[in-house]
Design a protein around this ligand. Structure first.
Ligand SMILES: [Zn+2]
Ligand SMILES: [Zn+2]
Length: 225
């Protein structure tokens, strides 16, 4: 159970040697079909970013991102397992998993980091909603201005929709796109252990850590007067 996270009270700093991190994102294709990108799965759904990106705040241009008083910035987990657990949540099933380098201005949390400078190192296409490894991307019919949202699917579920191959996406993005080796694992251990089904998504827990931080700042301010 993810629960609330304790925050390491690191002052915000810059980091040049990146952390390796893991996160979920939706794969995107530019309107003219020449660029591959991503959007966030919870925050930042409305803004597409490329393989190398600097965080910008969508709510205010007055502060640098990330800011202590705002939830903007990129997020990732330290652990691949946390990102994989989040991918089981139905609302994130249409996402891909990104391996990223996280650097720049940052806030460090117990299970992840919020940061300004992101380089995507590789993409894992994950599983089709039917349980088989995704083999191609198809258009979803949704998107944001300038970008179409893609859906990772197996070739059976792609049906007669025009497919964009993983290799094609990889060439456009300039990073490797890996196909999962295995279909969804129905092992006894996974089915029998409810601990593996997180009640709170870990990404939401990251946000809670931020809110705790905000609350403690408010407490300090209130006590000071
Ligand atoms: Zn902000
Ligand atoms: Zn399928």
């Amino acid at each position: 159970m993810a629960g609330r996270l304790s925050l390491r009270r690191t002052p915000q700093e810059r980091r040049d040697v990146p952390w390796r991190g893991y996160k979920l994102a939706y794969p995107m294709l530019s309107a003219d079909g020449t660029e591959a990108g991503f959007t966030g799965v919870s925050l930042g759904r409305t803004h597409a970013y490329g393989v190398q990106a600097e965080a910008r705040c969508a709510q205010s241009s007055r502060h640098q991102s990330p800011s202590r008083l705002c939830d903007c910035g990129f997020y990732c987990f330290h652990d691949l397992a946390d990102a994989r657990a989040l991918a089981c949540d139905p609302q994130y099933q249409q996402s891909v998993l990104l391996e990223v380098d996280a650097a720049g201005r940052y806030f460090l949390y117990e299970r992840g980091v919020r940061y300004s400078k992101q380089t995507v190192r590789s993409v894992h296409a994950g599983l089709c909603a039917c349980g088989w490894p995704a083999q191609v991307f198809v258009a979803t019919g949704t998107g944001v201005v300038g970008w179409r949202k893609l859906l990772p699917v197996c070739s059976t579920c792609a049906g007669n929709r025009p497919p964009l191959t993983l290799d094609h996406f990889s060439r456009l993005a300039g990073v490797p796109v890996h196909r999962d080796d295995q279909a969804v694992a129905f092992t006894a251990g996974a089915a029998a252990n409810p601990e593996l089904v997180p009640l709170l998504s870990a990404e939401v827990a990251l946000l809670h850590a931020r809110l705790d931080e905000l609350q403690s700042q408010l407490d300090r301010l209130t006590k000071g007067h």
